[in-house]
Design a protein. Structure first.
Length: 81
């Protein structure tokens, strides 16, 4: 029997949500060998949906996504326009 794991994370970056999403979603599109099924959406919040048969792969992918989002947010925040 194969277990299936899934997670849904929503992130609100307030007025920077769309810019942060644009900066990280491109990585998801150009990683075809990703061992997890990962989808990202953006409306009022960034939504990340991850599904995997391997819990370690799912955890690693979620950590990467969250770190990319944090880095994108921090980069945008550091620019004073």
């Amino acid at each position: 029997m194969t277990s299936s794991f899934n997670a849904k994370i929503e992130i609100d970056a307030e007025e920077k949500t769309s810019a942060v999403f644009d900066s990280v979603n491109i990585d998801n599109k150009f990683y075809p060998e990703n061992p997890t099924k990962t989808e990202m959406f953006c409306s009022d919040k960034i939504t990340i949906l991850v599904e995997s048969n391997n819990l370690a792969h799912m955890r690693a992918n979620l950590n990467s996504c969250i770190r990319l989002i944090q880095t994108g947010y921090d980069s945008i925040e550091s620019v004073d326009i």
